[in-house]
Design a protein around this ligand. Structure first.
Ligand code: ACO
Length: 413
């Protein structure tokens, strides 16, 4: 019996703040006309609230994907976050997502392949599922590149936007899902799209900050030339591997970096706009989030139906590129979720938050107890012991009610 990796859930999240081309023209020497004609972008979403981060956007998109699939977070085996703007160098953004959504059984890691990251992550997830190592894998592309952009550099700051998109992959015996993937890299072009400082090669210091080396630098013309070369080729290759001709492809979902790059790929692949999804005008380039955000919008707009063949294709820093051929298996549109089901799912996410807070508090108290035991060989203070006991009881309660909720959900499914 074959084993396939099917997309069964999806979700996206963007910050509230919209930055239009007119807004940008007040910050740098540019114009709406230049940005529209050179890139196709009209506006983008920017995380202006410091509490909104790559992780918080990823968490919202992940929760939505789990809601759509109606799968509890406790069933996840792996969480992969593709991002070029991770929350930290470590811990991984994926681990923060794992904790926030209460994926207590899941492993978690970040994947760095810039704008190609989401397709790379899909490929890894498919491998985990098809090999039998995982049943459920959550794949997220999430970015706040606005935090790495030099807002005085008009050649880059007009291009990028923030956001996140997620898909839930599940093991299935139904043929279809991710049919094939193609990944590539040409590190000789690494310098064409780079954040030079902040890593181990050039650690952040006063000089790197003063010279703006912690900002994203790009050779736009070279990246443009590279993109127009690899996009169509990767799409063609992945279709061939899946046994599809371009005529059999119902929808191409390309990385949204520049409308002219997408149009060049369309021309090379002989696809008209009815078979290509473009939303760059509203989002700008959201890097690893752009393909999953576009996938969600294509579903919302009724552009995807059961058994459609899709090609997802991206390129980016590294240099990297990647494509995935997908046979869509979920019937669309989805039936309405009953209110109580949605409430149950939200409840489980609140429970995850409480669990996380409890674990942090327990760790702190344990630390204090151990220190006080070690210091001067004194006995632990009774007050701390008492607090620890209370906290353990609280965590036990959270765990039991969560297990009850999960088992009642499983019974109803
Ligand atoms: N407003 C007005 N003028 C501008 C702006 C702007 N925002 N930006 C550049 N210009 C000027 C330049 O200074 C130049 O002026 P000059 O001729 O007097 O020197 C002129 O416009 C033309 O500049 P080009 O760089 O040749 O413009 P081009 O048509 O190539 O467009 C762009 C630039 C949009 C950056 C394009 O090269 C591009 O999209 N490249 C690909 C970028 C990309 O996809 N990057 C993301 C990769 S994904 C990832 O991994 C993050």
């Amino acid at each position: 019996m074959g084993r396939y990796a099917q997309i069964i859930g999806w979700g996206k999240s963007v910050p509230n703040h919209v930055l239009t081309n007119e807004d940008l023209a007040r910050i740098v020497n540019t114009s709406d006309e230049w940005i529209r004609t050179h890139t196709g972008i009209r506006q983008r979403y920017i995380a202006t609230d410091p509490r909104e981060t790559t992780a918080t956007l990823a968490i919202k998109a992940a929760q939505e994907a789990l809601r759509v699939a109606d799968v509890p977070a406790s069933r996840l085996d792996m969480i992969i976050v593709a991002t070029a703007s991770p929350e930290h160098i470590f811990p991984s953004t994926a681990s923060l997502v794992q904790d926030a959504i209460g994926a207590t059984r899941a492993g978690a890691f970040d994947l760095s392949a810039a704008c190609s990251g989401f397709v790379y992550a899909l490929s890894v997830a498919r491998g985990l599922i098809v090999s039998g190592s995982a049943e459920y894998v959550l794949v997220i592309g999430s970015e706040t590149l606005s935090r790495l952009v030099d807002w005085s550099d008009r050649s880059t700051c007009v291009l990028f936007g923030d956001g996140a998109g997620a898909v839930l992959l599940a093991a299935s015996e139904v043929p279809g899902g991710i049919l094939s993937t193609v990944l590539g890299s040409d590190g000789s072009g690494g310098n064409l799209l780079i954040v030079p400082a902040g890593g181990s090669r050039m650690p952040a210091c006063l000089e790197t900050v003063a010279s703006g080396m912690h900002y994203l630098k790009m050779n736009g013309r070279e990246v443009f030339r590279f993109a127009t070369r690899v996009m169509a080729r990767a799409a063609q290759e992945v279709a061939e591997q899946a046994g599809l001709t371009m005529d059999e492809v119902d929808l191409l979902i390309p990385h949204q970096a520049n409308r002219r790059i997408i149009e060049s790929a369309m021309k090379q692949l002989k696809l008209d706009e009815s078979r290509v999804f473009i939303n760059i005008d509203r989002y700008g380039n959201t890097s690893a989030a752009s393909i999953p955000i576009a996938l969600c919008e294509a579903i919302e707009e009724g552009r995807i139906k059961q058994n459609d063949h899709l090609i997802l294709v991206g390129f980016g820093g590294g240099l990297t590129w990647g494509a995935a051929a997908v046979q869509w298996s979920v019937p669309l549109p989805l039936p309405e979720t009953p209110w109580w089901r949605a409430a149950q799912r939200s409840g489980s996410f609140h429970m995850a938050q409480m669990r996380s807070l409890g674990r942090r508090a327990l760790r702190r108290l344990q630390g204090i107890t151990v220190r006080s035991e070690e210091g001067n060989g004194r006995q632990p203070q009774p007050i701390l012991e008492e607090s620890l006991q209370k906290l353990r009881a609280h965590l036990w309660k959270v765990k039991t009610s969560k297990e009850e909720a999960t088992s009642s959900e499983e019974k109803t499914t």
